[in-house]
Design a protein around this ligand. Structure first.
Ligand SMILES: Cc1cc2nc3c(=O)[nH]c(=O)nc-3n(C[C@H](O)[C@H](O)[C@H](O)COP(=O)(O)OP(=O)(O)OC[C@H]3O[C@@H](n4cnc5c(N)ncnc54)[C@H](O)[C@@H]3O)c2cc1C
Length: 494
């Protein structure tokens, strides 16, 4: 079918859904985005509450460097992103160790002088991966056309690409061991903390190639997004509309109708029905399965490794009592034990120079920690008293960890709102409130956008390459690639 006649419905206005919608609308397709909430962004939204604008989940802009996935997306859609580089991506706190993560490794090399060759290798791998990701990444491979595309990118000729192959099956811990760094607990903890928030697992399980690009974030450049991270989704929603598409809010899709391997329409909770030639679902496969009625189909549910949810505090805080803030983002890691359940926290302060984010003299603070969802749903089932108790125990724990590094923190708190896995489930429609994407333990056991239906594709952080704004944008390009391939194929057959 001519692209101009294609009727594409996108379920969900997260960054992955909106990127796919805007790119397809730009190419001429008729695109409608249905979003359950009344604002866009999902995990990367900014929401208003009592005079504050809080980032819901994501707080750091990445992939905006020249040639990066966000930079290319903006150029293609004619969006000038309101981003400015952060001089320090974040500050890492572990006991008395305080390390800045600026766009160079000098401070890290001073503290860990034996790590120089590790960082050189990391930079080499990241360079190849950024090159491969330019304009999209045909992975996981689906046939000869994808292999040819990868070959065209000249992977074989890139310096160091043989290296990439050696790393593709290594864990990060094995990689560290090859540099004799696995026996330095402070270095391992430092790496674990960085990769947990990006590849969603620690060095024992994380794939070395995935980690190499995640560790590149401070170097490739962390950015501050004016108005909060949700500005990105707002601009993308604007680009969908500017290109003739529509973004409809308060439209929760409750059912996808299908015949054999084809979907043909959707229903929303307010009783609307829409026809579609193609559907793009900005959902995890488990949530999609509930809409298609294919809950029990084994190929739909693939996540083998345990995924995380998040406990998040949204605090209104007095800036004077916190000043001087070292950076806009701080990661605080406990002395030992698993880096989750409040034992490590990521803290983001809204910039003082952005008055729209908080009432005068105050700032909007988002603090998150990884948590397993089961305990929250069990507590909820036991009744509101048990659930509230768990929520307040986590709140106190996070405030204790924060106070260790910012002794004035408790006095500075002016308001507290807590988000649990139960909140994430309700707010994002994600199965068990699982956020942050899949743990990146293998390059080969990954899910691409294809589903059991020929004309239904997934986007978002449950497909390769996983979480983050540049991650879901790269995945959205892959979904479009497959959608267009399928459309060409059916056109040729008719
Ligand atoms: C605590 C936390 C911190 C993070 N920090 C960072 C960071 O600093 N930098 C970074 O780059 N990334 C970060 N991430 C990851 C990043 O936020 C996500 O990977 C990314 O935003 C996920 O986008 P997505 O496309 O998967 O869509 P989602 O964010 O999952 O959005 C999906 C959308 O679909 C809608 N929806 C769901 N079901 C339906 C339905 N049935 N009908 C209609 N609409 C529906 C939802 O309302 C939602 O708006 C963080 C994530 C978390 C949770």
């Amino acid at each position: 079918m001519e692209l101009q006649n294609l009727n594409v419905v996108v379920i969900g206005a997260g960054v992955g859904g909106l990127a796919a919608a805007a790119l397809l609308a730009r190419k001429g397709a008729m695109v409608t985005v249905l979003e359950a909430q009344d604002y866009p962004g999902g995990c990367a939204a900014t929401f208003a509450r009592e005079g504050y604008r809080f980032d819901a989940g994501a707080t750091i802009g990445c992939g905006f460097h020249v040639g990066g996935p966000m930079d290319r997306l903006g150029k293609e859609l004619g969006i000038l992103w309101p981003v400015s580089p952060e001089p320090v991506a974040w500050q890492y706190h572990h006991n008395s160790l305080h390390l800045d993560l600026p766009p160079h490794r000098l401070g890290i090399l001073e503290r860990f002088p034996g790590s120089a060759t590790f960082w050189r290798e990391q930079a080499d791998i990241a360079k190849i991966l950024w090159h491969l990701a330019e304009g999209g990444l045909s992975w996981p491979v689906k046939g000869a056309r994808d292999l040819a595309r990868l070959a065209r990118k000249g992977i074989a000729g890139l310096p160091g690409s043989a290296h990439l192959l050696t790393f593709s099956t290594k864990t990060v811990l094995e990689w560290l061991a090859s540099h004799g760094l696995d026996s330095d607990p402070d270095f391992v903890r430092f790496i674990d903390a960085q990769i947990l928030v990006s590849v969603q697992t620690t060095s024992r399980y994380a794939n070395a190639v995935n980690a190499a690009i995640a560790l590149d974030l401070p170097l490739s450049g962390a950015c501050r997004v004016k108005g909060g991270i949700g500005t990105i989704a707002e601009l993308l929603a604007g680009a969908v509309e500017d290109n003739g598409g529509a973004v409809l809010y308060r439209k929760k899709v409750i059912r996808i109708d299908s015949v054999r391997r084809q979907v043909f329409g959707l229903e929303t909770s307010d009783g609307s029905a829409l026809a579609a030639d193609f559907v793009i679902a900005n959902l995890p496969p488990e949530s999609l399965a509930l809409l298609t009625g294919l809950e029990n189909k084994p190929e739909i549910v693939i996540s083998e490794s345990k995924q995380w949810s998040a406990f998040v505090l949204y605090l209104g805080m007095d800036l004077d009592l916190l000043s001087p803030l070292p950076t806009h983002h701080v990661q605080i890691v406990g002395a030992s034990g698993e880096l989750a359940e409040g034992n490590s926290i990521f803290v983001s302060f809204s910039p003082a120079e952005e008055p729209g984010r908080a009432p005068e003299g105050l700032c909007a603070v988002t603090i998150s920690t990884h948590t397993r969802p089961e305990q929250w749903f069990q507590a909820k089932e036991k009744g509101s008293a048990v659930y509230k108790e768990l929520k307040s125990a986590f709140t106190e724990h996070l405030l204790d960890v924060l106070s260790e590094q910012f002794p004035q923190a408790r006095d500075a708190v002016r308001s507290i709102t807590a988000g649990t896995p139960v909140t994430w489930k309700r707010y994002t429609g994600r199965f068990q409130g699982l956020v942050g994407g899949y743990p990146q333990t293998s390059l080969f056991k990954v899910r691409g956008p294809a589903t059991s239906f020929d004309n239904l594709f997934l986007v978002g952080d449950s497909i390769f390459p996983g979480q983050s704004l540049p991650g879901v944008v790269t995945g959205a390009r892959r979904a479009i690639e497959l959608l267009l391939q399928w459309n060409d194929k059916t056109e040729r057959e008719q």
